[in-house]
Unconditional design. Structure first.
Length: 177
């Protein structure tokens, strides 16, 4: 084998390895209130109204699969939108839509700051920065279509659903369990 051919083969293998090795995945552990992205694990807040769990209401980020959007920064605050996978059919719900199979709740996110229901709030802002570095520097950005529930009432979309015209961008996946 010629040195030039060997070098080309090595470059192809390294490029394939780099693409495979770059993606980081995240898991939110509801029982221990932790989130892990790659090699970084952070403690998360117990959502407000945790006492409602005794009455059977789920105040934590619902179990399931999400896509993590690109980081949004506004007024010195940053967060990631979480796009929940649809329970039936294919695709993901838009961040801004109310999700019928989740009691018409939406707006799931990952951030450090004010503790809010149905979001993953990282306790330590420095740890959130490390998570953000893992998500942004070790993931590829891809586009995907999202669905919108036009009017969510009594766990159903009364005016139907539609795929939004502008695709959203996501960095990686999150599993909540």
């Amino acid at each position: 084998m010629s040195p030039s051919l060997a070098l080309q083969l090595l470059l192809v293998l390294l490029a394939g390895y780099r693409t495979f090795a770059e993606n980081v995945y995240c898991t939110y552990y509801r029982e221990t209130n932790e989130i892990t992205c790659g090699i970084v694990t952070c403690a998360t807040e117990v959502p407000p109204n945790a006492d409602l769990e005794k009455e059977g209401l789920d105040v934590k980020l619902p179990r399931g699969w999400y896509r993590i959007g690109v980081q949004t920064i506004r007024n010195d605050h940053s967060w990631f939108h979480l796009y929940r996978r649809r329970a039936t059919g294919t695709g993901y719900w838009d961040f801004y839509t109310n999700i019928p199979e989740r009691n018409c709740i939406g707006g799931f996110g990952l951030h450090a700051g004010k503790n809010m229901a149905a979001t993953v709030t990282v306790k330590d802002p420095n740890c959130f920065s490390k998570l953000a570095d893992q998500i942004e520097k070790k993931s590829t950005i891809e586009k995907f279509d999202v669905h919108q529930c036009r009017n969510c009432i009594f766990h159903s979309c009364w005016l139907g659903t539609r795929i939004l015209p502008a695709a959203r961008q996501y960095t990686t996946n999150l599993r909540s369990y």
